[in-house]
Design a protein around this ligand. Structure first.
Ligand SMILES: CC(C)(COP(=O)(O)OP(=O)(O)OC[C@H]1O[C@@H](n2cnc3c(N)ncnc32)[C@H](O)[C@@H]1OP(=O)(O)O)[C@@H](O)C(=O)NCCC(=O)NCCS
Length: 185
């Protein structure tokens, strides 16, 4: 999943690829530099979940990252949603299309797991709307509210928290999934 592209604004080569353990520290620093928009994650948590991250490198430096988390639905486990998390582009590299490329790469990667939907909770809904996400009611993702928002240290009420819930529905062109038949029994 190594994508090389010429970044027009600066004429430097940009690489988007799956993260490895060497990326953990710079990922941790990048997330930490966006405390208002992102949930700060300890280095140990990033290391444990390093296989879930995608990174963007430009000029030999990490300039972007994103990760995901699987949200199971009790009783219908193959019907899970996946939340895209920790999406960030270094400030000096914003506005050049890298955030879009990163999220599109993540959508492609996450879609291979065949979730019913990919969700985000975000302060920048317009950015995600441009990539095909649509606003949804937080009441529609109660499994996220219980597994994540209940532990939030920033906002006491997930329904009045300013983060907007959005979803992208992946489309599969290989027909209905036979493995899901009868699962909820
Ligand atoms: C949100 C973020 C990832 C965008 O990265 P970026 O590289 O600047 O985004 P791009 O240049 O790829 O922008 C793609 C499109 O979204 C738009 N866009 C980018 N940031 C936006 C914002 N904050 N609000 C509205 N639109 C935005 C761009 O104008 C562009 O539109 P266009 O295709 O019509 O030209 C970056 O600003 C960031 O890291 N923010 C801090 C962390 C954060 O908020 N993460 C998301 C939390 S889930």
């Amino acid at each position: 999943m190594k994508v090389k592209t010429q970044e027009n604004g600066r004429g430097r080569e940009v690489t988007i690829r799956q993260a490895d353990l060497r990326d953990a520290r710079p990922i941790c620093a990048l997330i930490k530099s966006n405390p208002l928009e992102l949930i700060v994650r300890p280095l140990g948590d990033i290391v444990r979940n390093i296989d879930r991250f995608t990174v963007v490198y430009a000029g030999g430096r990490l300039v972007g990252c994103a990760s995901y988390s699987v949200l199971p639905e009790a009783g219908n486990f193959s019907h899970a949603s996946i939340e895209m998390t920790s999406v960030a582009i270094r400030k000096s590299w914003r506005g050049r299309g890298l955030g879009r490329k990163l999220v599109e790469t993540m959508v492609e990667r996450i879609s291979q797991l065949r979730p019913v939907q990919i969700i985000v909770l975000t302060y920048t809904p317009d950015f995600f709307r441009k990539i095909g996400f649509e606003r949804i009611a937080k009441q529609d993702i109660m499994y996220k509210i219980y597994s994540g928002c209940m532990n939030c240290t920033k906002h006491s009420n997930p329904f009045t928290c300013p983060e907007v819930a959005m979803a992208y529905t992946p489309k599969f062109d290989d027909g209905p999934d036979e493995t899901q038949k009868g699962e909820s029994k």
